[in-house]
Design a protein around this ligand. Structure first.
Ligand code: ATP
Ligand code: MG
Length: 495
């Protein structure tokens, strides 16, 4: 139980107001789970709440809420709402994703306060409408939530169709809670979802971004994803991914996305950091690969195809979900690092390792290789490289220079057009493949990426390594007995 939540409750009660814990914290505590955050419901109006707490800010342009801030926790205090009050909105006023809060809800009445009973009935699920009274440890239940909690049943309050139409995000919340709590969605609450899923198209992309993070970064991403697909909701979140999955069901992409989500779950549940950049990079990887391959088939050089495909895939994705730029830039870096990690050009190894997105890109490469997409040898190599000391790294890089020459055909050093000497380890074949004499640049912080045609297309790297590579891989496997699971690998950069 949160000390801070208790302080808030007692101060409100001592000032003569009604105050209860409500929502997920009550539900989770009754289920013996650790609550994510603590919400308080009260009959005090937001301004009255502010008078009681120095550390209090009022947020929300449509429906005012009080945030009482403590060092490491915010307790959200909401005044009982009447039936006509707007559904919850994107509430983080300073979040760039929530830049247009005023358009995030459909119901337009502001600050319609009500009684506790009205407040209970405007909530989404019965199990989310339980109020806990700290004075006598009683639970106030106007919606039949206790019985549903015992039955493991998720049931919308009121007429399901009407409640979904009022706020279609409730369909996503149904799936999220069902997956997280292991509850069944009541048949009456479940039935309308299949038909009403298209209503998600009207939800502002900023709100959907917030919801997607809750769906996929809550520790049950894989289960949630499967249910979202079952109910036809996933297609309205990631339309391009859904399309890829549809025509390759059972094949590679399904494994890759599923693996990426399982990996995210392992990290979240193990207390490791996760970033939306990695999540989106993984979810959009298959559409990206397809688009990039198409562009290449139409004559674009590989790296240029990858960059253009990234623009197009992200451009299309942000029509449904606002994917803030600071994350999309990172997702693009993770993508554009894939062919470079596979290539391991001796001159680039150091700067690849120092790249701010190296860890995320390496984890991504490991996942790809585990999904059978290729890149196994490179993933293996980078794992060993990171484990090696300076001497080991030096000889690995040297060996890689040799291998690279072996792979590409040994060619004498030659003068470039501009007169400068070709960098060591780079051969004429590289330049020919690149179709350019531009110096090679690494992906930069601004996500601009490298010179066009510089490297292999995503997913192609290991398959083009030839027999020598395959032999080396067999040798290494035998020596090392396989690679570490990616959950043990270095971490992604925190968001
Ligand atoms: P968790 O925080 O564990 O994800 P939660 O149930 O606390 O789950 P919140 O989003 O924190 O979910 O919302 C707090 C409470 O506000 C919910 O329990 C529910 O009673 C109410 N609520 C939130 N969103 C909606 C909505 N879209 N429609 C109706 N009620 C909602
Ligand atoms: Mg909550």
């Amino acid at each position: 139980m949160s000390e801070n939540a208790l302080k808030v409750l007692y101060r409100l009660r001592n000032a003569g107001y009604e105050a209860y814990l409500v929502g997920g914290c009550v539900r989770d505590q009754l289920l013996g789970r650790e609550p994510k955050d603590f919400d308080v419901a009260t009959d005090a109006h937001p301004e009255q709440v502010r008078e009681l707490f120095r550390n209090c800010r009022l947020i929300g342009r449509r429906f005012r809420l009080a945030h009482v801030r403590f060092r490491d926790e915010i307790i959200e205090v909401a005044t009982f709402r009447g039936v006509a009050s707007p559904p919850d909105e994107v509430e983080e006023e300073d979040d760039e994703a929530a830049s247009d809060v005023s358009e995030t809800t459909r119901v337009t009445d502001d600050n319609v306060y009500g009684t506790i009973e009205e407040d209970a009935l405007r909530r989404d699920f019965t199990v989310n409408a339980l109020y806990y009274n700290i004075e006598d440890f009683s639970v106030v239940d106007y919606a039949g939530g206790m019985a549903d909690l015992k039955d493991g049943m998720l049931r919308l309050i009121g007429d399901p169709e009407q409640r979904y139409r009022e706020d279609p995000v409730r369909m996503l919340r149904a799936v999220r809670f069902a997956a997280k709590l292991g509850f069944r969605i009541h048949p009456d609450s479940e039935a309308p979802i299949f038909e009403l899923a298209p209503l998600l198209a009207d939800i502002p992309p900023a709100r959907l971004f917030e919801e997607v993070l809750k769906l996929f970064q809550g520790g049950c991403a894989l289960e949630t994803y499967e249910q979202l697909r079952h109910y036809g909701l996933f297609a309205y979140l990631f339309p391009q991914t859904e399309e890829s999955l549809e025509h390759e069901e059972g094949g590679f992409p399904l494994t890759f996305v599923a693996r990426a989500l399982r990996n995210t779950d392992e990290r979240v549940n193990g207390g490791l950091p996760v970033t939306p950049a990695f999540l989106f990079a993984a979810l959009l990887w298959e559409p990206l690969r397809e688009r990039s391959a198409l562009l290449q088939a139409n004559g674009s050089p590989r790296m240029e195809a990858l960059q253009r495909a990234s623009d197009e895939v992200i451009g299309e994705q942000i029509q449904s979900i606002a994917f803030p730029r600071r994350f999309s830039v990172q997702a693009r870096e993770i993508w554009s690092l894939q062919p470079r990690l596979e290539e391991r050009r001796p001159k680039q190894i150091r700067s690849l390792l120092d790249h701010p997105r190296f860890r995320a890109a390496y984890d991504f490469l490991v996942l790809r290789s585990e999904a059978g997409e290729g890149g196994e040898e490179a993933a293996d190599w980078w794992t060993r490289y990171q484990e090696s000391d300076e001497t080991g790294r030096g000889s690995m890089a040297g060996e890689e220079g040799e291998n690279a020459r072996g792979r590409r055909g040994r060619k004498p050093r030659r003068r470039r057009k501009g007169g400068e000497v070709r960098p060591e380890g780079e051969t004429a074949a590289d330049t020919a493949a690149a179709g350019t004499d531009e110096p090679v640049e690494l992906a930069s912080e601004n996500g601009e990426g490298a010179a066009p045609g510089e490297s292999t297309a995503p997913g192609e790297g290991a398959s083009s390594e030839g027999e020598g590579g395959k032999r080396r891989r067999r040798r290494r496997r035998g020596r090392r007995g396989g690679r570490r699971p990616s959950s043990e690998t270095p971490q992604h950069d925190p968001a």
